[in-house]
Design a protein around this ligand. Structure first.
Ligand SMILES: [Zn+2]
Ligand SMILES: [Zn+2]
Length: 381
């Protein structure tokens, strides 16, 4: 089968300029794109043919040789194929040839916009550390926070161009966002230095945002902190992060909650713990005390007579709400019996009398005395 003329393959005339050839090539490559030709088995080989033709005609030296000698210029062992190392056969070659135009076509297929695929970039996610008190974690709270963030520039509506003018295709990379450089056998692809991969440049950058399309601003956001949050709870606010680059979608805002330590209560999940001082006399004689609760109220607790320091008592349902479970946890109090200080002489007198009574009355009734007596008895027996 004789080879078709390269100009015919591209649908171009022999005197076509480099630009015209490029346009013709793009048009053909697009027509023959596999996505559009699922039911056309010819498309793949035609695609290869188009690619091969353009490989030759875009290269000034090869084009000159082809114009002069036709296909004979590349036949036999001397000239080699259009590419060093082989022709356009096999899947690997097809894949690499395809990747060459894929970047080029991507923008057209995905968004119908010419040029760079990175044009609209999603904004970054933001993290905001929010401190709440234990009371706020108990009740839940509506908080207004100021988030320093970049938002779309109002002067240029985010386009980055002064006066709202459209950005133009980057001349360095022709809108690809990438440039290729051949080093020996390898073709190296780099992000375009002129447009930083955006594929577009702005001739007159917006003075407000210097062309980035975004400006820094504090945004006031109202955040609903649910009851039961703990240190480490993360609340996601979709779309409240940084504005996207040049009209891209915004990122998300994550609120990381930290519950500050409380003066009285220690928290363990839904449980609350606190130490409650009780006077020596209440501990000895028994009585009612009032303890503060996290809801801001007070609870009466009955202290049994003879309570020792360290005794634990439970107040059901007086703990924290669960973030995902219904109901409240319990509150635990630990009694701390206080030794009286700064006694008046009368109080000292009474305590001395108390002590002498305790000794005189019945020293053998103390538990210590009893266990000593039991020990001696067992030795005798
Ligand atoms: Zn602007
Ligand atoms: Zn560029």
């Amino acid at each position: 089968m004789s080879k078709r003329d390269y100009y015919d393959v591209l649908g171009a005339t022999k005197g076509a300029s480099a630009d015209e050839l490029k346009k013709a090539y793009r048009k053909k490559a697009k027509e023959l794109h596999p996505d559009r030709n699922a039911d056309n088995p010819e498309a793949e080989s035609q695609f290869k043919e188009v690619n091969e033709a353009y490989e030759v005609l875009k290269d000034a030296d090869k084009k000159a040789a082809y114009d002069r000698y036709g296909h004979a210029a590349f036949e036999g062992g001397m000239g080699g194929g259009p590419r060093p190392g082989g022709g356009m056969h096999g899947n690997a070659d097809f894949a690499s040839a395809f990747s060459d135009v894929f970047d080029d076509l991507f923008g057209d297929f995905m968004g119908g916009q010419r040029g760079g695929r990175q044009r609209a970039a999603r904004g970054d996610d933001l993290r905001y550390n929010l401190r709440v008190t234990l009371e706020e974690a108990f009740n839940g709270i509506q908080k207004t926070i100021n988030v320093p963030t970049s938002v779309q520039c109002g002067s240029c509506s985010g386009s980055g161009a002064e006066g709202g003018a459209e950005p133009v295709q980057c001349p360095t990379c022709s809108g690809m966002g990438k440039v290729r450089a051949t080093q020996g056998f390898f073709t190296v692809e780099r992000t375009c230095p002129t447009c930083s991969g955006l594929g577009q440049i702005i001739k007159n950058p917006c003075r407000t945002c210097s062309g980035s399309g975004r400006v820094q601003r504090d945004r006031a956001l109202s955040v609903n902190i649910p009851a039961g949050v703990e240190t480490g709870t993360r609340i996601r606010l979709g779309g409240e992060g940084e504005a996207g680059m040049r009209g891209g979608p915004p990122g998300d805002l994550y609120i990381f909650v930290e519950v500050t330590p409380h003066k009285i209560f220690e928290r363990e999940g839904r449980e609350l713990h606190c130490r409650v001082p009780v006077s020596m006399t209440v501990a000895a004689l028994g009585g009612d005390i009032e303890v503060p609760t996290i809801d801001g109220g007070r609870s009466r607790v009955k202290i049994p007579s003879g309570s020792q320091s360290g005794r634990q008592m439970r107040l059901r349902g007086k703990g924290m709400p669960g973030l995902r479970q219904p109901g409240h946890g319990d509150m635990f109090i630990e009694l701390a019996v206080e030794t009286p200080v700064n006694l008046t002489s009368r109080q000292k007198e009474l305590l001395k009398e108390f002590e002498s009574l305790a000794e005189d009355n019945n020293p053998e009734s103390t538990s210590f005395f009893k266990s000593v007596k039991n020990f001696w008895d067992s030795m005798k027996g």
